[in-house]
Design a protein around this ligand. Structure first.
Ligand code: ARG
Length: 481
């Protein structure tokens, strides 16, 4: 016993090592659909009799009803399902595996399950973007400090800040939509890798399963997992973007910032410090980005330098995919809820928006506009003013302008009123009305534009769902026996 444990000598130990049964739970349902499509195609091509096909289909339906718990042992779900069919139908059930291999089967199952997961991921992402857009629409007038280097930089609006996250999230959605095209292709019929001598119809199985084309080359079809690498890359990027949002939730909820408060549902208290309200959900969202990145790097490392065609290594990739999908889906869900229930401290945000002399750029800009001096000269003047404090008077500006530019600003049309306007965060923001800027009318336009964009994404998602649903419903009705 002791010796076996150390040397891995027991058959059970080896089987467990080889097993993909846990991760295979994710493809159980897909596998039965793939089986059905393959059977219908075999029948259509006269490679299997109507009677045997009907018997196997009946056994599949029974298994669909009972669920994966009805399966016996086996190193993977494909083996266990085949054993179940053989048990129910007898040796004739073995005809199901005509003209295929577990290699094309597993690739088809992963793609089918992933397709459905991606549709849910897209739905979640759309929900998150809509939540952020709703908040942005509410806060086009909320002045907030903007940061570079985590230092107060210039005033902006909360809408502008939120729209920035919304746009990143929309790109993440667009990447998933793109990747879907390459996921939703059928490797089925590639068999082990060299195709098969049976006269099968690959287009038919693809159509029956709602795939939108073939992974044509049969060697490529069983060898590639780049569709997984692509989705994992997209999820890792998405999670990195979400980690930046999460980080701001953490930072902005500290008592030092006090810009916002998380709803109690999304916060935890300390087991020892009764006064504490910790932003644990945002912290875990930030951390899960690291986990998803880990999944990507693991999958890349497993695939790197693998010779063609199928190698068992590929089995190891799939578990990383499902983990990353789950982490991303739950993070998006939790962050949506957390964002929707945020309480922003408008007064505090507005009051801090001028901190750190964040209107300095606008004073320099005003000097340029009103006196005609070059920007670099104005920058030097305001730099000197900034060194002297945060609330300069016209006299200060004039004195330093005389020193640096050789004239007083007030002699060239720059008044105390102009200075006051430049120092006002709200007018700073109003002036920045160029495309993509924080001015309320511009952020209102961006919200409307993004809402249109997201409505388009919703429609594309609806169509994809519909296509998949229809295909699988047709598959179901065609496999009535
Ligand atoms: N469980 C395997 C996987 O996930 C299925 C394919 C097994 N094929 C093989 N030739 N051993 O990759």
């Amino acid at each position: 016993m002791f010796r076996n444990q150390r040397l891995g000598e027991s058959r059970q130990d080896v089987l467990e090592y080889l097993s993909s049964r846990e991760a295979d739970l994710r493809i159980f349902h897909s596998d039965l659909l793939v089986d059905k499509a393959h059977l219908l195609m075999l029948k259509e091509q006269n490679l299997i009799s109507r009677e045997i096909c009907a018997k196997i289909l009946a056994a599949i339906d029974e298994l669909l009803d009972k669920g994966p718990e009805a399966l016996g042992p086996g190193e993977d779900v494909h083996e266990a399902i085949e054993a179940y069919i053989l048990d129910k139908v007898g040796p004739e059930g073995g005809r199901m595996h005509t003209g295929r291999s577990r290699n094309d089967e597993v690739a088809a199952c992963i793609r089918l399950s992933l397709r459905e997961e991606m549709l849910s991921l897209m739905e979640g992402q759309i929900g998150l973007i809509q939540t952020i857009l709703r908040l942005a629409a509410e806060h086009t007038q909320t002045i907030v400090p903007g940061f570079t280097h985590t230092q107060h930089a210039q005033p902006t609006t909360l809408a502008h800040h939120l729209l920035s996250h919304a746009d990143a999230a929309a790109r993440d959605l667009a990447r998933l939509e793109e990747a879907y095209l390459r996921v939703n292709q059928s490797p089925l019929g590639a068999a082990a890798f060299a195709s098969t001598g049976f006269k099968i119809d690959r287009s038919l199985t693809a159509r029956l399963l709602g795939f939108q084309g073939l992974v044509e080359n049969s060697m490529d079809a069983v060898s590639t997992r780049d569709f997984i690498l692509e989705v994992l890359s997209d999820l890792a990027i998405e999670m990195v973007n979400l980690s930046r949002l999460s980080e701001e939730l953490v930072l902005w909820s500290t008592s030092e910032f006090a810009y916002l408060e998380l709803d109690n549902l999304y916060a935890s208290t300390s087991s020892i410090m009764p006064q504490k309200k910790n932003p644990d959900t945002a912290e875990l969202a930030r951390a899960r980005a690291g986990s998803v990145m880990g999944s990507l790097v693991s999958a890349l490392a497993i695939c790197k330098a693998l010779p063609l065609s199928y190698n068992r290594d590929l089995q190891e990739v799939t578990a990383h995919l499902w983990r990353a999908v789950d982490w991303t889906a739950s993070t998006v869900r939790i962050l949506s809820g957390c964002m929707a229930s945020l309480k922003f401290n408008r007064d505090r945000l507005e009051n801090s928006s001028a901190a750190g002399f964040s209107t300095a750029t606008e004073i320099a800009d005003s000097l340029v506009r009103l006196t005609g001096m070059p920007f670099r000269t104005a920058h030097s003047i305001v730099g000197r003013i900034a060194a002297g404090g945060e609330r300069p008077q016209l006299d200060d500006v004039d004195r330093i302008a005389l020193e640096i530019a050789g004239f007083k600003a007030s002699e060239r049309g720059f008044s105390q009123h102009d200075l006051d306007i430049a120092l006002d965060p709200r007018s700073n923001v109003a002036l920045r009305a160029n495309t993509g800027g924080p001015a309320p009318q511009e952020t209102e336009r961006m919200v409307r534009d993004r809402e249109k964009g997201i409505a388009g994404a919703e429609e594309r998602l609806r169509q994809r769902r519909e296509h998949s649903r229809r295909a699988l419903e047709d598959l179901k009705s065609q496999s009535q026996y």
